[in-house]
Design a binder for this molecule. Structure first.
Ligand code: ZN
Ligand code: ZN
Length: 296
């Protein structure tokens, strides 16, 4: 039998109050040290919007805190824990916090999402469009939680739930060049993941050469060229037309974890923070970080 060494309640409280995160400010290269709870209140406006209903703000606060705890030291090479951009969580300074976001942080103080005894780097996104994605299908380079894709009827009427993007044939080689295959003149869906999103596309050149590329990479390169509102997600169909390719898709963002648009609609319907978290993070429990015996 092993005896877990856990801090006493007072020690845990002090550790929680003292928890800080070092945030790398990408525009200046400086590192800002901020209290964890103040950080959570400050990221909510940029991540879900300060005007979201309380239960949605609180669900987002638990997710953002979990991410900050799980990814502590992600930027250790630069002397920081997290950066202030979309790579980690968008942080535009402590002054961005509002009364509503401070209330959401305070109502969930110390609460984190846990799976298999570990705090998860809880993913979240703008709109899933009807069904969430499997995290392992989105990221293959970092440890991600094992979340079951879930149906979501709450966000389907939200902005960004449905989209189209037309890729002119003449611009395909430019996109393909960024994927290492500038000779490409044709494009098609190659495979789907078990979350029903496109997992790979096939680029083909005249003469029969072809290259299979990850849909996640195609979306990332398209975003670099045409902005985030081009290929908004990897949940799409492609229709070939004489002048190019018409993408028709669902959702905006990677699609894994909490759907922010869905969380807002659910909160307006009267669902609680706990119900929202249970829907998007199935098989995950919400516990006080101090109960894990680790310093947050
Ligand atoms: Zn980062
Ligand atoms: Zn959704």
């Amino acid at each position: 039998m092993t005896i877990a060494r856990r801090p006493g309640p007072l020690l845990a409280l002090v550790a929680g109050l003292l928890a800080v995160r070092r945030i790398l400010r990408l525009s200046t290269g400086t590192v800002e040290t901020v209290p964890l709870e103040a950080y959570v209140a400050a990221v909510l406006p940029a991540e879900i919007g300060a005007g979201a209903p309380a239960a949605a703000l609180e669900a987002q606060a638990v997710a953002a805190r979990s991410y900050a705890v799980a990814r502590k030291g992600r930027h250790a090479d630069q002397g920081a824990d997290l950066c202030d951009g979309v790579h980690c969580q968008v942080f535009e300074g402590l002054s961005r916090a509002t009364d509503a976001t401070r209330r959401a942080a305070s109502a969930t103080r110390g609460l984190v999402l846990v799976q298999g005894g570990r705090v998860i780097a809880a993913p979240f996104h703008a709109v899933c469009g009807g069904r969430t994605a499997r995290p392992a299908a989105v990221w293959d380079d970092e440890e991600v939680p094992d979340l079951v894709p879930v149906e979501d009827d709450a966000c389907v009427a939200s902005p960004g739930a449905r989209w189209t993007f037309f890729l002119p044939r003449a611009q395909l080689p430019g996109l393909a060049a960024r994927l290492g295959f500038p000779e490409a003149r044709f494009l098609e869906v190659w495979s789907h993941g078990d979350d029903a999103r496109v997992s790979a596309l096939r680029l083909a050149a005249p003469g029969g050469r072809s290259l299979v590329v990850r849909a996640f990479d195609v979306r990332a390169r398209a975003s670099e060229i045409w902005g985030w509102s081009s290929l908004r997600s990897t949940d799409f169909e492609i229709e070939e037309r004489p002048a190019g390719y018409l993408f028709s898709g669902r959702g905006t963002g990677h699609g894994a974890g909490l759907c922010q648009a869905g969380a807002i609609v659910r909160a307006r319907r009267g669902e609680s923070r706990a119900a929202i978290l249970a829907h998007y993070y199935r098989g995950v429990v919400t516990v006080p970080v101090e109960s894990l015996g680790a310093r947050p």
